[in-house]
Design a protein around this ligand. Structure first.
Ligand SMILES: [Zn+2]
Length: 323
């Protein structure tokens, strides 16, 4: 009976994969680890390998810019196209993902935060995660229940948000180190160059300081877009064409800031909204599929095959107000 149910699911997934084959998938990754750990967020090498094996069998992994060009020209997209994207620029991408990209010959795009790469600061969301891991952690930081904390900090202006994080640390008598602890260190410029020179990794921008753009002025976001691009280009000696919005959910950026992207020299940009990319989509608001916590076929196939997409679309239709 169980076997029959699994067989049925596979049939449905094959069907949704064919139905959605003309739409592209952009996968979103953040962290990787060498082995299984108690923390389910970093995707293990074994988990990524399972996903990549599935991708090789059913899809075609292409550069993000390839999909962006097709979208911008309003042409039909290549069938079963998938792009891989990784946010922030932590070293675990170089250490654990890059060898797999070489093994599978898959291209990917890594969006880096330029002040993080330059060693000027570490990513504020990692400071929260690190504080929550400390034995004498601030009371409000409960590991695994940090969503409300991120939600309240996301939309604050950067200086107010940083002051709030410092106050949280001070309340627990912890001082946040200037440099990130090993788990949160960035790739070095030379590691970024090695990946870029392999021809497999395109390096994109994820701003200078990782602010939620709607929390800052248009003048400030213009600086985040242009200075990060300049700094990354200097660091890797290549042109930067793609951008990723920090946090990237609706309300995390304004239309005026989306319009700044083309003037700042970017060809495309990704958000964190769930969805597949259809013909004629906006190349500056490309939706993605989050791949963390999905290391087994039963967990990731429904997302890759489009079943989760159709289910979400149906829910959206039925939830829409009638007037
Ligand atoms: Zn990010």
């Amino acid at each position: 009976m169980k076997r029959l149910a699994l067989h049925d699911t596979r049939g449905v997934f094959s069907l949704t994969r064919v139905l959605s084959g003309s739409m592209a998938r952009i996968l979103m990754y953040h962290n990787f680890s060498g082995g299984e750990s108690a923390d389910p967020d970093p995707l293990s090498v074994a988990g990524v390998r399972a996903q990549f094996t599935y991708l090789r069998r059913h899809f075609r992994v292409v550069p993000l810019l390839h999909i962006a060009e097709q979208v911008a020209s309003k042409r039909a997209l290549d069938r079963y196209a998938v792009a891989l994207t990784i946010d922030d620029g932590r070293r675990n991408c170089y250490e654990f993902l890059f060898p797999l990209l070489k093994e599978f010959d898959f291209p990917a795009t890594l969006f880096v935060v330029s002040s993080f790469m330059r060693g000027e600061d570490w990513i504020w969301t990692d400071k929260i995660l690190w504080l929550a891991e400390q034995s004498r952690r601030p009371e409000e930081l409960v590991p695994g229940k940090l969503e409300p904390v991120f939600k309240s900090l996301n939309r604050m202006r950067p200086e107010a948000r940083n002051a709030r994080i410092e106050a949280m640390a001070a309340s627990a008598e912890i001082s946040i180190p200037q440099r990130p602890p090993p788990k949160y260190v960035p790739c070095s410029w030379s590691e970024l160059r090695v990946m870029a020179d392999s021809g497999l990794m395109d390096i994109g921008s994820h701003t200078v300081t990782h602010p939620t753009l709607s929390s800052i002025t248009d003048e400030e976001s213009w600086w985040e877009l242009t200075a990060s691009r300049r700094q990354i280009e200097e660091g890797i000696g290549r042109t930067v064409r793609s951008f990723c919005f920090p946090n990237g959910m609706p309300g995390d950026y304004r239309p005026s800031q989306v319009r700044q992207l083309a003037d700042a020299g970017y060809a495309c940009s990704v958000v964190a909204d769930f969805g597949l990319v259809s013909r004629g989509a906006d190349p500056y608001l490309l939706p993605r599929i989050g791949m963390a916590l999905k290391s087994r076929p039963a967990e990731f196939s429904k997302y890759l095959d489009g079943a989760a997409y159709y289910r979400w679309r149906l829910q959206t239709v039925f939830r829409a107000p009638s007037a």
